[in-house]
Design a protein around this ligand. Structure first.
Ligand code: FES
Length: 182
């Protein structure tokens, strides 16, 4: 390499210095760009999350607004017509000294036959709504849940129940058991 005399300009060294400075500057720029890219990604993620949250609550608000409108427009569901009297079975279904659960207008009833006399009462215990049954050995209506006892007329005999069971009319027509409201 040629010796440099005083005052002579070393072009190659100058280039080297410039190259190092350029490299540092380039590194700094790349670091800044990378940081900006990270920030942008975080901002995008935050924006996506906020979009989902806003859409969700917007959907809920729309549903809450539309629901009463739709309920108002649509006709109410038809009430099933209640029958005043219904055949619930044959006399042979309830032999003497027994009881049977039947359904009358969607309600569960207990039909009992004591000595050929049929009676119909609600089968839903007035304590906590268990279904009662005929207790043959004691000749009464019994709720097994908490030992409530009723007469065949539905009157309270003993137990935790607050009141008796509702009564229904029952009659025999051509061997059919016909129940109607009392
Ligand atoms: S539900 Fe019948 S006694 Fe409690």
């Amino acid at each position: 390499m040629a010796q440099i005399v005083r005052g002579e300009y070393d072009r190659s060294k100058r280039l080297e210095v410039l190259t190092e400075a350029d490299q540092e500057r380039r590194n700094a720029i790349e670091a800044t760009q990378s940081a900006i890219a990270n920030q942008t990604e975080i901002a995008d993620n935050r924006r996506d999350f906020l979009t989902i949250v806003v859409s969700f609550f917007g959907g809920l608000l729309t549903l809450a607004t539309l629901y009463p409108v739709v309920r108002f427009i649509l006709p109410p569901p038809k009430q099933k017509k209640e029958e005043s009297s219904l055949v619930v079975g044959k006399t042979s279904d309830v032999p003497p000294n027994s009881g049977k659960i039947v359904v009358f207008n969607g309600q569960k009833l207990l039909v009992t036959n004591v000595g050929g006399e049929y009676k119909a009462i609600s089968a839903v215990c007035t304590h906590l709504q268990c279904i009662v049954q005929w207790k043959k050995d004691e000749q009464l209506v019994w709720c097994a849940c908490h030992n409530a006892k009723y007469s065949t007329d539905g009157e309270k005999i003993s137990g935790p129940q607050p009141s008796g069971l509702g009564k229904f009319n029952i009659k025999v027509q051509d061997d059919n058991l016909v129940i109607s409201k009392a």
